[in-house]
Design a protein around this ligand. Structure first.
Ligand code: NI
Length: 259
């Protein structure tokens, strides 16, 4: 069964039919979903959402775009949320120098503070990095060193090349692969999906965004991960079933609090 390691079902794109979409996932061979917070508000929504669906788990954290909203008080609230039922990770956190929606020094400051929180709570991290490849890697290397090799996590929507992927997988981090691997212009992603250690690869939608071919441009959902599994299988010379079996075990190794 498929585990979607990164979804945003609290997004307004699902306001009309969230319940129907989530309830249909079992028929699409999706066993578990981790819904990822991206702001204080969406982290709050995520913790509420997981109460309603036994197969949905939570990550709480503030994305770099929203880093400017963070304060010491809100970090206290985030720590409380992290202790809620079914929270399996801190994220998504990181750096986004593409949108630059928060000043870079502010992004970096709250990225580090949330990494510290994850280490303190012994939770894995969900990392978002856009146009900030080297700086994110430097920060993760330093955090890994400070954690004495105990920090776990996933580099979500990975967009760098195989060399950077190896730097992360050598530290034991997982690489999240989604719809982009099916795109015609997703050459770099295809190289990464083919070359990283199989035990470090996890499936993710980032829904409602990044639907895979043949549904590119539509609203994404976890049921479409079969297309991602098929593409990865083709690239690695194994069946889609094998990709699903291996990535399911990997998702549980990443988020150890999943059942
Ligand atoms: Ni996301």
């Amino acid at each position: 069964m498929i585990i979607d390691t990164h979804a945003h079902y609290d997004d307004e794109a699902f306001n009309e039919d969230r319940d129907a979409v989530l309830r249909s996932l079992k028929e699409e061979d999706v066993s578990l979903v981790v819904n990822i917070g991206a702001s204080m508000e969406s982290s709050e929504r995520t913790v509420e959402l997981v109460k309603q669906y036994p197969f949905v788990y939570a990550a709480v954290g503030v994305h770099p775009d929203s880093a400017k909203e963070l304060t010491e008080e809100k970090l206290v609230r985030l720590r409380e949320l992290a202790g809620a039922d079914k929270v399996v990770a801190i994220g998504e956190i990181g750096l986004d120098y593409y949108w630059d929606s928060s000043p870079r020094d502010v992004q970096k400051y709250w990225f580090l503070r949330q990494l510290d929180l994850a280490m303190e709570l012994e939770l894995p991290v969900v990392i978002h990095s856009r146009e900030a490849t080297q700086e994110t890697l430097d920060i993760m290397k330093e955090a890994y060193r400070r954690s004495q090799g105990t920090l776990r996590g996933v580099i979500h929507c990975f967009s760098a090349g195989p060399e950077i992927a190896k730097e992360y997988t050598d530290m034991g981090f997982f690489i999240g692969i989604g719809g982009v691997v099916t795109f015609k212009n997703g050459k770099k992603m295809k190289e990464v999906a083919a070359s990283i250690p199989f035990d470090k690869l996890v499936l993710e939608t980032d829904c409602p965004y990044l639907a895979p071919e043949p549904n590119r441009g539509k609203r994404n959902h976890s049921g479409y991960l079969i297309y991602v599994a098929e593409q990865i299988g083709t690239l690695r010379g194994v069946s889609a079933e094998e990709v699903i079996r291996v990535t399911e075990a990997n998702a549980r190794a990443l988020y150890t609090r999943l059942p």
